[in-house]
Design a protein around this ligand. Structure first.
Ligand code: ADP
Ligand code: MG
Length: 776
């Protein structure tokens, strides 16, 4: 980019601001922020516009004229205010912005809401249900089929608790009656807290398995909740939310209901005309129907609108900020001899794909434009080696490098690898993690600041205030999506070149849509000699075979992963996940009596998880049972079998990533998928994984085969803005949103027109959840 072009880029918004009366409304997020980005080559302009937002309009105009003069651009004479467009008023804050305790929440309510990230009524309405349950017609007890699962509504007649003498099992029982007077007994095992939650005479909604033995009719409860007085939990399609601690579905449901009652009409940021043309429901309808849908059709309309909004704001943001993409970054000299040195020292030949992406990266590093590149490659495709080459070039240019990983154990793994690649070449690599002792950290800080360290590998610890790089030239971010935006921003303050590594196989067309002008490099080839993971699909009936095979491998000294999804029917309960994981571990231990089995679940603290993974790595035990996706990217060299229970509950791309965890030690690795249902659709989907080990092929098939209808995508994208939208199945909505965003901005590049003010405000409100591009 030439100096002239840089000047033009910067002058345009300044002129526009001047022309619209210096109201600081031209740029979402404020003019100063934009200037800070665009004006890096012109410190004299940055200085001039410091504190811009706080100035009076007259002072602002004077500064802008001066700035344009310094850039050698003649300012157009300020137009008289009368001639400018109608003054743009900030839309007034609406009732949506009221704090959430504007509605009655009960004791401790506001804290509970805060634990869900809900502060305003708006936040609450945008806290979507995870799924819905159709409880429009619940069967009476007489209609229940023995052996089948059922949901019923019933009155609690009495309750009791007994302990079985030998097994020491605690049984809670409740005698229930339906509204016809039929009776049965609901039974809970080892859940002492249930006793306190049952009230005699109260109505409850119960889901469980119905059994009949002689005259005894039982319901083994999986899930229950109080019906509440407002008929919100029965007789309709009922929302089911993700809950925090000490809160119930009924409470959250009631709160959302009250919020909807309190708000007359949710204002719609989309101009009416546009909405009509796109055939979208209005926002008020969409928000009411996503929580309390009147029918499946209404729910579908609501979803369509809310997904559209997610993608529209994402696209608007990408397009609005891409103007800042030609930022000046680092300029590196890439010497042929340095490259040779690195490649000679590498213990293997790079693949053609590694060479190609390395060339792409080096071209970015040579140019003065700030590198913003996404490096995609399947697990084990050799991304880290490529990153190491780039870090080496940075070090040879006397610039520092950083590699940030989402967990301690991943950071340690990268540290070991980078040390292996770079230490022999005289590059000083250091590790910095949160769990290090204060004194140790201090010494690392000092070495970073003095430049004694060339490459620092770490976790969030890298972005603490105390870390001051002498000169950060290249930042590599592994599995970027695990980090919050502000955190990344902190690392990127000095405008280093940025390389983001991800193993998520987003089909390329979608990646481009999503990341706007972020460049994408793909490693589409595996290192030679890599043995593909042998994958078999089994059904429940042959589940024992899977564990027999596990037993054999453990006998040979190998380790095994067992992964299971959350149990869908009961996951609304706080302890359900822990229980499900523990139960599965118990089953596994029973099938593998000689094996040492440990369990990992989502409710464990990050440090606990790291410690457990570390012990697994050290072969302290044989089988890791997990109901959470195993820490992405961790190498467990001894593990060469993964058994995935209820594999149909995972997305294909996710299964593929999971499978990538095994065989890291170079031995033949195996993956056994156990299908919990054997419908043709399920088997067809899972066969894709059985047949192919190509991540991109798998992702594309996933896109083809996955029907709509899942309320929440599998969230493989990891984009913080997408609550409902799914990158792989919502292609049509993405395209419609993208073309709409383009049209809006072509007509009104800085969203200054009155009819776009609501849209702009919404964009600002969603500002914290931004796509990747904005921060780079
Ligand atoms: P990723 O980060 O993409 O998951 P890594 O860079 O960690 O992959 O590489 C996985 C393993 O493959 C490492 O043990 C690495 O040493 C090895 N490896 C990387 N590139 C090659 C190659 N071209 N030939 C042989 N082995 C390679
Ligand atoms: Mg890796």
């Amino acid at each position: 980019m030439t100096r002239r072009e840089l000047i033009q880029r910067l002058a345009r918004p300044l002129e526009r601001e001047l022309a619209t009366g210096c109201r600081d409304r031209v740029v979402a997020g404020g003019l100063e922020k934009l200037v800070h980005n665009l004006a890096r080559p012109f410190p004299e302009v940055i200085e001039l516009l410091e504190g811009y937002a706080a100035l009076e309009p007259d002072a602002r105009c004077a500064r802008l004229r001066e700035a344009l003069a310094r850039l050698g651009v003649a300012a157009a004479p300020a137009r008289a205010p009368a001639k400018t467009q109608a003054p743009v008023e900030e839309p007034p804050a609406t009732e949506l912005d009221a704090p959430v305790d504007a509605i009655p929440l009960g004791p401790g309510g506001p804290q509970k809401m805060r634990s869900l990230g809900v502060r305003t009524l708006r936040d609450l309405l945008f806290y979507y249900p995870r799924r819905h349950e159709d409880r429009r017609t619940l069967p009476g007890f007489a209609a229940l089929a023995p052996g089948a699962k059922a949901t019923v509504v019933a009155t609690v007649l009495s309750k009791s608790q007994v302990k079985t003498p030998r097994k020491k099992m605690l049984i809670t029982q409740a005698r229930l009656a339906d509204d016809r007077g039929h009776k049965l007994t609901a039974v809970w095992f080892n859940q002492p807290w249930v006793m306190g939650q049952l009230r005699e005479g109260e109505k409850i909604v119960v889901t469980g398995r119905y059994t009949v033995r002689g005259r005894v009719r039982n319901l083994a409860v999986e899930y229950f909740e109080a019906e509440g007085g407002e008929q919100l939990s029965t007789g309709r399609i009922v929302p089911v939310y993700s809950l925090g601690e000490r809160m119930s579905q009924a409470w959250l449901r009631r709160s959302v209901w009250r919020a909807l009652e309190a708000i007359k009409e949710v204002p719609d940021p989309l101009p009416e005309e546009l909405r009509q043309e796109l055939g979208l429901a209005d926002l008020d309808f969409a928000l009411r129907q996503i929580h309390f849908p009147e029918s499946e059709q209404h729910l579908a309309r609501a979803l369509e609108r809310l997904k559209f909004d997610e993608f529209l704001f994402l696209e608007l943001r990408v397009l609005l900020t891409s103007g800042a993409s030609a930022l000046v970054g680092q300029i590196f000299e890439v010497r042929e001899e340095d490259l040779c040195t690195f490649l000679d020292a590498l213990p293997f030949e790079p693949t053609a794909a590694q060479r190609r992406v390395l060339d792409e990266i080096l071209a970015d590093m040579r140019s003065e434009r700030q590198m913003a590149r996404l490096l995609q490659g399947d697990v084990g495709s050799g991304k880290t080696a490529v990153a190491a080459a780039a870090l080496y070039v940075a070090a040879r240019n006397q610039k520092q490098g950083a590699l940030m990983a989402p967990t301690e154990i991943l950071a340690k793994q990268h540290f070991a690898n980078l040390t292996r690649y770079l230490w022999p070449l005289g590059v000083r690599v250091e590790l910095l993690t949160g769990s290090m002792k204060a004194g140790e950290k201090k010494r690392v800080y000092a070495r970073i600041e003095s430049g004694e360290v060339d490459v620092v590998v770490g976790t969030h610890a890298l972005i603490q205030k105390e870390v001051r790089f002498r000169e950060l030239g290249l930042a590599v971010i592994d599995e970027e999506h695990r980090f919050g935006v502000m955190q990344r921003r902190a690392l990127l303050q000095g405008r280093p070149d940025v390389l983001v590594m991800t193993a998520t196989p987003i089909p390329r067309s979608l990646a481009l849509t999503l990341y706007g002008d972020l460049e994408v490099s793909v490693i589409d080839e595996m290192p030679p000699g890599r043995k593909p993971v042998k994958t078999r699909l089994l059904t429940q009936r042959s589940r024992k075979d899977a564990y027999a095979f596990a037993r054999k491998l453990i006998g040979e000294g190998h380790q095994v992963f067992v992964v299971a999804p959350l149990i869908e029917e009961s996951d609304a309960e706080v302890m359900a996940e822990v229980r499900a994981a523990t139960e599965l571990a118990g089953e596994v231990a029973a099938m593998l009596p000689e094996a040492r089995v440990e369990v990992l679940h989502g409710r464990m603290k990050a440090e606990e998880k790291d410690a457990l993974m570390e012990r697994f790595r050290n072969r302290d035990f044989d089988v890791l049972v997990s109901t959470t996706v195993i820490e992405v990217g961790v190498d467990i060299p001894g593990a060469n079998l993964m058994i995935i229970e209820n594999a149909e509950r995972f997305g294909l791309a996710q299964l593929h990533q999971l499978r990538g965890r095994v065989g890291r030690g170079g031995e033949q690795a195996y993956c056994i998928l156990i299908a919990g249902d054997t419908s043709r659709k399920t088997m067809q989907r899972l066969r894709v994984i059985e047949k192919s080990t190509d991540g991109f092929y798998v992702a594309e098939q996933d896109l083809k085969l996955r029907g709509p209808g899942e309320l929440r995508g599998t969230r493989q994208s990891g984009l913080p803005d997408l609550q409902l939208g799914d990158l792989t199945s919502d292609v049509e909505i993405i395209e419609s949103a993208r073309s709409t965003a383009k049209r809006i901005l072509e007509a009104d590049p800085y969203l200054t027109e009155p009819e776009h003010q609501a849209l702009k405000r919404e964009l600002q409100l969603r500002g914290e959840a931004v796509g990747l591009r904005e921060i780079i």
